[in-house]
Design a protein around this ligand. Structure first.
Ligand code: PLP
Ligand code: CA
Length: 304
C-alpha cells in the first residue's frame, strides 16, 4: 500500500508490515488505553512485539504526568515490561527542549500541571516559584519576575485569568520564548464528557499576546527527534500508531514514518477518507497509510 493509502489491514498483512519494521511508536490514550482501561489485548501486543525483537516507544501529548508516574500507570493496567526510558510525553520533551535546545538562561513561567512542573524539575530547568497570590492580588499589582526568559503553556486544571495575564506580560518581551506542550483541542472523558486540551489554553494566550507558540508535542517533529537522538531510530524502519489524524498521523508523516490509524479513539475511518480528497496539504498528510479496528488485531499477526 502506498503513502496515505488509508488501507484497512488484518492478520497476514499486519504481519508483513510488522516484519518490515524495527520500531513501533504507540500513542497512548485511544490506542493502548482509554482513560484507566487498557485496550483489550494491548499489554499482550506490547509484550509480544518486544519478545520478537521490536523496539516499542510510547509518544503521548498528555503532559499531566511525569515519566515515573506513567511507569506506574503502565504497570497498573497490566503492561509489565515498559520502562521509563521508553515513554516520551509532551511534558518530558518540553523540558528536554528547554534544557538542550533553547538552553534557557533564566526562569520559565509555567502554566501547567504537576507533570510539566516535575519534568522541568527533573531536567534542572528553573521555574518561577508557584506563588499563591491569594484573592486580593489583581492584574495591576501582581508580582512579575524579571528573570523569566520563557513561558510554557500546557494543560492546567487551575488555569485562571491571573496566570493568563502574567504570561501575557512576560510575552511582551519579544526575547521571551513562547512554548506550548501540545496542540490538542480537547479530550474525551468517560460518559461522553470532554475536557479542554492544552491547545485551547495556548489559543487564549496566543490571542492575548498576539504571538504564536512553538509547539513541542505531536504533530511537531521534536518528539521524534528526542527518541531518535536517544535510540538512533531510522524513520523508514518505524511505524507510528495513533487514534487522532491531525496529531498522531500527521506527526508520523512529518517525521517520515509509516502511519497507522486505530479506531479505538477519537478519529473515524470516514474522516480519514474525507481527508484523502481534501485540498489542504495538512489534511492530506493526516491520512494514514494503514487502518486497523484495534491494536488487538496485532495479536493474530504476532502469535505463532
Ligand atoms: N492531554 C491530556 C490532558 C489528556 O487527558 C489526554 C488524553 O487523555 C491527552 C493529552 C492525549 O494523550 P495521547 O497523546 O496519549 O492521546
Ligand atoms: Ca490519542
Amino acid at each position: 500500500a502506498g503513502r496515505g493509502g488509508c488501507h484497512t489491514i488484518r492478520g497476514a498483512q499486519i504481519k508483513e508490515l510488522l516484519q518490515s519494521k524495527r520500531n513501533v511508536l504507540f500513542d497512548c490514550d485511544g490506542v493502548i488505553w482509554n482513560g484507566e482501561t487498557a485496550v483489550t489485548g494491548a499489554p499482550e501486543v506490547v509484550r509480544l512485539l518486544k519478545q520478537q525483537g521490536k523496539r516499542v516507544f510510547f509518544v503521548t501529548n498528555n503532559c499531566t504526568r511525569p515519566r515515573e508516574n506513567y511507569v506506574q500507570k503502565f504497570s497498573r493496567l497490566g503492561f509489565t515490561d515498559v520502562a521509563e526510558e521508553d515513554i516520551f510525553s509532551s511534558a518530558y520533551c518540553s523540558a528536554a527542549y528547554l534544557r538542550d535546545v533553547a538552553r534557557v538562561q533564566g526562569k520559565v513561567f509555567v502554566i501547567g500541571c504537576y507533570g510539566v512542573q516535575k519534568e522541568l524539575l527533573n531536567a534542572g530547568v528553573t521555574m518561577v516559584e508557584e506563588d499563591d497570590d491569594g484573592p486580593d492580588v489583581s492584574i495591576y499589582d501582581c508580582p512579575l519576575d524579571p528573570d523569566v526568559k520563557a513561558v510554557l503553556v500546557g494543560y492546567d486544571e487551575k488555569f485562571n485569568f491571573l496566570k493568563l495575564a502574567k504570561a501575557c506580560c512576560y510575552l511582551r518581551n519579544s526575547e521571551c520564548l513562547f512554548l506550548a506542550t501540545d496542540p490538542d483541542p480537547w479530550h474525551p472523558l468517560r460518559g461522553g464528557r470532554v475536557t479542554p486540551g492544552s491547545g485551547s489554553l495556548t489559543a487564549a494566550l496566543e490571542t492575548a499576546s498576539n504571538r504564536k507558540a512553538t509547539v513541542i508535542g505531536k504533530p511537531g517533529r521534536f518528539m521524534f527527534e528526542c527518541i531518535a537522538g536517544q535510540f538512533n531510530l531510522d524513520p523508514e524502519q518505524s511505524l507510528m500508531v495513533g487514534d487522532r489524524l491531525e496529531t498522531d498521523v500527521l506527526f508520523g508523516t512529518n517525521c517520515g514514518l509509516s502511519t497507522m490509524l486505530t479506531l479505538t479513539g477519537v478519529s473515524t475511518l470516514k474522516e480519514a477518507e474525507e481527508y484523502k480528497g481534501s485540498d489542504s496539504p495538512e489534511k492530506k498528510d493526516s491520512v494514514p497509510d494503514y487502518v486497523v479496528e484495534s491494536i488487538t488485531d496485532f495479536l493474530e499477526a504476532l502469535e505463532e
